[in-house]
Ligand binder design. Structure first.
Ligand SMILES: C[S@@+](CC[C@H](N)C(=O)[O-])C[C@H]1O[C@@H](n2cnc3c(N)ncnc32)[C@H](O)[C@@H]1O
Length: 188
């Protein structure tokens, strides 16, 4: 991530936006259950909120320079931080009651890797488990914040078929002014 983006994701402004915009949307998606996977926690403001809602969180972060301080900060809590590529983390199949990712999909370098992630999330969810993700739309304000950074936005219009192809059912996509939310379920 570029420096400006990283600073923003650790800022009080992003904390406020999570409280007012993102987390209420996640809460409305349904019960996340007892064992939740978070993909791409970054500095961990999303993890801080998620871990207040559920008994156990496993946060998988690719970037060692973010995963290490997060693991240190949350040591002894209900969060396990794993430094790994979530498309090949080696975590158990059929384990998690829910999987989440917030503003991370567009940080994956190709649509093929995003699709690999969807398939991996499906593998790691237990039957009946839900996947809840939010991500930014391809609009100038967001694109401008990704200079010298990866920006591969997901088109919400194609997401239903992509999630179906990964094995998910009951897909719902909601689009707002700068972001979308997708909720999908692994068949029981
Ligand atoms: C924009 S940050 C979002 C951070 C946090 N979810 C939030 O909303 O505040 C995206 C994060 O996803 C991580 N990431 C990107 N690709 C990943 C992958 N394949 N596996 C795990 N984490 C990944 C990046 O390193 C980065 O920390």
């Amino acid at each position: 991530m570029n420096e400006g983006h990283l600073t923003f994701l650790a800022s009080p402004d992003w904390r406020r936006m999570l409280e007012t915009d993102v987390l209420p949307w996640v809460d409305a998606a349904g019960d996340l259950g007892d064992d939740v996977l978070e993909i791409g926690p970054g500095p961990g403001l999303t993890t801080d909120r998620l871990r207040q809602r559920v008994p156990r969180v496993t946060a998988v972060e690719l970037d060692e320079s973010l995963a290490a301080p997060l693991a240190e900060r949350l040591a002894g809590t209900n969060v396990d931080v794993v430094c790994a590529d979530a498309t090949a983390s080696g975590l158990e199949s059929d384990r998690f009651s829910a999987a989440t990712c917030f503003t991370m999909l567009h940080h994956m370098p190709t649509p093929e890797q995003q699709d690999r992630l969807f398939a991996e999330v499906h593998r790691m969810l237990r039957p009946g488990g839900i996947f809840v993700c939010t991500d930014s739309l391809d609009i100038d304000m967001i694109r401008d914040g990704h200079v010298d950074d990866i920006f591969v936005p997901v088109d919400p219009n194609t997401l239903q078929s992509r999630l179906n192809a990964a094995g998910f059912a009951d897909v719902t996509i909601d689009v707002r002014d700068w972001q979308f939310r997708a909720v999908a379920r692994k068949a029981a």
